[in-house]
Design a binder for this molecule. Structure first.
Ligand code: SAH
Length: 406
């Protein structure tokens, strides 16, 4: 077999024996697998990928500055990467969400989940009538304007905001960028609805894309344990778990977060959903590690349900050990602060910490806390954050609902 004669794309050649993951449709090609990159191919440009004998394997985009030098877009030699390609792929991602039972009635959802929607480097969230786009790679960054315009057309939304301020951009040689990409600028607060609850979102200044829709399914699951309970929502952000808990009959919720801005929105969210922020809730600005230690030292064990939804502790492989110690410590403290029969809903969104490893860490925390525990449920990211089976790296959010013995 020779290279497809119709292709005008420059061809990147792999080293002998390195084609297996490409054939299996893993979307990443690391520098170590590559024998030669033609000089005429510019970073960000579309390239073909061929085996050591020159036979076509796949087609993707190039960035010599990244360790992942090619990200693959298609395995079909007859599929050019043109405007029609991007339109087809975006439409397929939108069609999936339109058919997902989980997101019905929700106006905050992930529309494009990068590699997992076969669009490496591109993340798009819908928040009400606005879209938030994150360009994770150089090639997507170069095409973001065109993609934003297409997205506006396909969704009928009012505007597209860019929030490309993720740490991974540095690995691609890109700096942080945010602002309006297309359409109308969003109001200071955009309202989104999740299961009938209303949340104010700050698209330009909120964390990540402004709202954590990856926890939607888990908010439902955890809320089901909260009727008649006192709940601690640690790493609360704008209080999404808290609103679900109150709606399910929690008697009191405490939101705890280090961000004052997030807690101000949490308070506004409580009010606008008809809850009394003074009687039914408390918002505490503080470091979860410190506050839990202080409560433990003071012998306060006053919660029936504790939610731990920390940010990504392990940003890279060298940070994993430290991250594990962090997870263990907050879980140990939380288990000590629960009343007998209490429930801990604990999460990790570090892709580098597997579900297995996370469960071991929580086990270690239970041993140190000297609590008898049972796992009631295992949790994962919501269905609008699908994982391509060819891309296990896409599985990042894992959680456990654990009960301590009465
Ligand atoms: N549970 C939230 C999302 C949590 S995001 C939801 O469902 O919407 C993680 C949050 O942890 C952020 O709001 C961040 O401000 C907060 N945070 C990070 N480190 C913290 C720390 N050490 N102590 C308290 N909050 C922290």
């Amino acid at each position: 077999m020779s290279r497809h004669p119709a292709s005008d794309y420059p061809a990147v050649r792999l080293k002998a024996g390195r084609e297996k993951p490409v054939r299996q449709r893993h979307p990443w090609i690391f520098s170590g697998a590559i024998a030669a990159i033609p000089a005429k191919a510019a970073d960000g440009a579309i390239v073909d990928v061929c085996d050591a004998h020159g036979a076509f394997l796949a087609r993707g985009y190039l960035n010599r500055r990244s360790q992942i030098q090619v990200r693959l877009l298609t395995w079909d030699a007859d599929e050019p990467i043109d405007a029609a390609f991007w339109r087809r792929r975006l439409q397929a991602a939108l069609d999936l969400r339109a058919a997902l039972p989980e997101v019905r009635g929700c106006t905050a959802l992930r529309l494009v989940n990068a590699e997992n929607d076969f669009l490496p480097g591109l993340t798009v969230d819908r928040l009400g009538d606005y879209l938030v786009l994150q360009a994770g790679t150089l090639a997507i960054d170069q095409r973001k304007q065109e993609l934003a315009t297409l997205l506006l057309e396909l969704t009928g939304c009012q505007g597209v905001v860019e929030r490309s301020d993720m740490a991974v951009r540095k690995l691609e040689g890109l700096s942080a960028q945010s602002g309006v990409l297309a359409g109308a600028p969003p109001p200071e607060r955009v309202e989104v609805v999740e299961d009938g609850l209303v949340f104010a979102v700050d698209l330009l200044h909120g964390q990540k894309t402004g709202f954590y829709s990856d926890q939607r399914a888990n908010r439902r699951r955890v809320a089901a344990y909260c009727a008649g309970k006192r709940v601690l929502n640690a790493f609360s952000y704008t209080g999404a778990f808290a609103l679900h808990a109150l709606r399910s009959g929690a008697t009191h919720v405490t939101n705890l977060d280090s961000s004052l801005d997030a807690l101000m929105l949490a308070e506004a969210n409580l009010r606008c959903n008809g809850f009394d922020p003074d009687r039914q809730a408390e918002n505490i600005v503080g470091d979860v590690f410190q506050v839990l230690r202080d409560w433990d030292a003071a012998g306060v064990a006053d919660f029936d349900v504790i939610i731990l939804d920390p940010p990504k502790f392990a940003q890279n492989q060298s940070a994993v050990e430290r991250a594990l110690r962090g997870y263990k410590e907050i879980n140990r403290l939380a288990l000590r602060l629960l009343r007998p029969g209490g429930v801990l809903a604990t999460f990790s969104c570090s892709g580098l910490v597997s579900a297995d490893l996370f469960q071991k860490v929580v086990f270690g925390a239970a041993v140190d806390a000297n609590r008898a525990t049972q796992v009631l449920e295992t949790l994962r990211q919501s269905a609008d954050h699908p994982v391509a089976l060819t891309f296990p790296e896409g599985e990042y959010l894992k959680g456990l609902i654990v009960r301590i013995a009465a």
